[in-house]
Design a protein around this ligand. Structure first.
Ligand code: AHR
Length: 311
């Protein structure tokens, strides 16, 4: 707990139990569901009293949740910022209240590094690079309509979100090396299945000769599959599909040949987060940045991994 005006140790109570306030992005994707479960399960296991809110993908809701955690004087606040910018004011409030903040999954864009103690999550630029590298390495098979050019359509994540910005940047930086590859259209599907489906339906109308879909997450790729099938085309063959996450539904579609390649993004951040929280509260040094370990999957590798996949 932290010192407070009313002299108590706030939410940490008398028994030394740690209280964590966690402001989650929402429940937009299979990844997010697995991430929330991981956080809830590991809090329970660690004996941490977790206050958990779902912001329904709205920054204002996350800010409200964080303010209420400050008011309740929790011991530690953690959140996954829906977008990168606009956090300084509320993080200053947490700092003034003496409550440490741990970022998970997504980063904030701030000049003031003192506003959070640690950031645990993936390297989203590297994920985009891996997706782009696979496309470059397999360019020979990607010109599906045989016109000499590889026309990619991109389904972006939530506008302004770190994974949307970084996965675009990483992908673009790698495909630049191959002049036959270009992004013909790019739009946000908000990391949801429905968003991916709707944007893909529009692309199928507006774009000639789509060879490849690059979706910033599995769910949007799965939505795109529905749109492609509804248009009488075969996903994975008539249009190649690359996604990021590697959740069960994505891996199943990959093993079934409907997706061609998935870059993994690991949602199981709970155990590491609880560990970091405990250390911060015990006054131990923690690293500023903890990067999640991740791999990639081809169709064959997905078929192999599926039976033991946890999420
Ligand atoms: O921030 C991680 C991203 O958010 C995941 O890739 C996506 O599925 C989720 O909605």
């Amino acid at each position: 707990g932290t010192l407070s005006a009313c002299g108590g140790d706030g939410a940490s109570a008398d028994d030394g139990t740690i209280t964590m306030g966690f402001a989650q992005v929402g429940a937009e994707s299979g990844w997010r569901t697995a991430n929330s479960a991981s956080i809830q399960d590991s809090a329970e296991e660690a004996g941490i009293d977790l206050k958990f809110t779902d912001a329904q993908q709205k920054q204002e809701n996350q800010i409200k949740a964080i303010r209420s955690y400050i008011q309740q004087d929790v011991d530690v606040i953690s959140f996954s910022p829906v977008v990168e910018t606009g956090w300084d004011a509320v993080l200053q409030e947490a700092k003034r209240a003496g409550i440490p903040v741990i970022l998970t999954d997504r980063a904030v864009d701030t000049e003031d590094e003192s506003l959070y103690v640690s950031f645990l999550g993936s390297d989203f630029v590297a994920e985009g690079e891996k997706a782009g590298q696979w496309l470059v390495d397999n360019a020979g098979d990607m010109d599906v309509d045989g016109d000499g050019d590889i026309n990619v359509v991109e389904l972006q994540g939530t506008t302004g979100a770190a994974p949307a910005i970084d996965r675009k940047e990483g992908f673009e930086s790698v495909i630049e090396s191959d002049p036959t590859i270009s992004i013909g259209a790019s739009q946000t599907g908000d990391f949801t299945r429905d968003g991916g489906k709707q944007v893909m339906e529009a692309f199928l109308q507006s774009e000639d000769g789509i060879d490849v879909v690059y979706a910033h997450n599995d769910d949007m790729g799965l939505g795109a599959i529905e749109a492609i099938e509804a248009a009488g085309l075969v996903p994975g063959e008539d249009i190649k599909i690359i996604t990021i996450d590697a959740v069960k539904d994505g891996m199943t579609a990959l093993a079934d040949g409907k997706i061609n390649y998935i870059v993994e993004c690991n949602p199981l951040l709970g155990p590491q987060l609880m560990d970091l929280a405990q250390k911060v509260i015990d006054g131990e040094e923690v690293p500023r940045r903890v990067v999640t370990e991740e791999t990639t999957f081809t169709q064959e590798q997905a078929a192999e991994a599926l039976p033991t996949r946890e999420y």
